[in-house]
Ligand binder design. Structure first.
Ligand SMILES: Nc1ncnc2c1ncn2[C@@H]1O[C@H](COP(=O)(O)OP(=O)(O)OP(=O)(O)O)[C@@H](O)[C@H]1O
Ligand SMILES: O=c1ccn([C@@H]2O[C@H](COP(=O)(O)O)[C@@H](O)[C@H]2O)c(=O)[nH]1
Length: 222
């Protein structure tokens, strides 16, 4: 992953990509709702490039010499939102890298935008999203999933103190993003309380209505 060379992306006043050329689907939901799990399915069947904002931030945090490492670490531990200049630049760099590497132009942006100003800035400066896939799940279920994941994840924020803080940030800061997109008719809402297979089935049916179809990977002999 390329280093952050500058933080100019978020301040651009017009999008660098056109939505006709580049498709972005935001994937939102509370911590532990199952976003990453479902994104993996969609990558396999639809050929999306999956960009987890949290993963990109953790990578930058661990990159030797990063001037943002310590700051990112603190925000993640506290369950608060890293300033958008950093996250948007990381996302833009990752999108460009994927396009250069294998020409991929369909992106699932997982766990972003987590704040209204981030949503506005990304759509203004990078590309307007097609829609938002929202995984709806109550906190008691998410808490169980995260504590279970915490047994092996090694994540600094999969502990009960950080989880509670992440829930509060989600309700207070990230839900307004979902609400705004919902008011614009740009949210595909999925009940994430069911098994991963049932959730995925529902995702597939609902995104079909938005013209998103699986890629045909079957080999057809001549
Ligand atoms: N539908 C499901 N039912 C039960 N467990 C699930 C389901 N979906 C995911 N999980 C499990 O719950 C945990 C959290 O899932 P996942 O990492 O996909 O969530 P997430 O929304 O990406 O979380 P975060 O926002 O914290 O990164 C994982 O251990 C995963 O295996
Ligand atoms: O856009 C983003 C995405 C994530 N963060 C920070 O990272 C952690 C972990 O995110 P996951 O999506 O659960 O991997 C999150 O709690 C935030 O602290 C962010 O600041 N901005």
């Amino acid at each position: 992953m390329p280093a952050i060379e500058n933080l100019g992306a978020a301040s651009r006043t017009s999008p660098i990509f056109s939505p006709e050329e580049v498709t972005v689907i935001f994937v939102l939901g509370g911590p532990g709702a199952g976003k990453g799990t479902q994104c993996s399915n969609l990558v396999t069947d639809y050929g999306f490039e999956h960009l987890s904002a949290g993963d990109l931030l953790r990578e930058e945090q661990n990159r030797p010499g990063s001037e943002f490492g310590e700051m990112i670490k603190t925000y993640i531990k506290e369950g608060t939102i890293v300033p958008m200049e950093v996250t948007i630049q990381l996302l833009e760099n990752a999108m460009k890298a994927a396009m250069e590497k294998d020409g991929r132009k369909m992106f699932l942006i997982d766990g972003f935008p987590r704040k209204l100003d981030q949503a506005h800035a990304f759509e203004r400066s990078v590309v307007p999203s097609k829609f938002t896939l929202f995984f709806d799940c109550p906190e008691d279920i998410m808490e169980k999933r995260l504590l279970n994941r915490g047994k092996t994840s090694g994540r600094a924020d999969d502990n009960i103190e950080s989880i509670k803080k992440r829930f509060r940030t989600f309700v207070e800061t990230s839900m307004p993003v979902v609400k705004e997109f919902e008011s614009q008719g740009r949210v595909v809402k999925v009940d994430a309380t069911r098994s991963p297979e049932e959730v995925y089935q529902d995702v597939k049916e609902k995104i079909k209505a938005w013209g998103v179809e699986p890629i045909n990977l079957k080999f057809v002999p001549a």
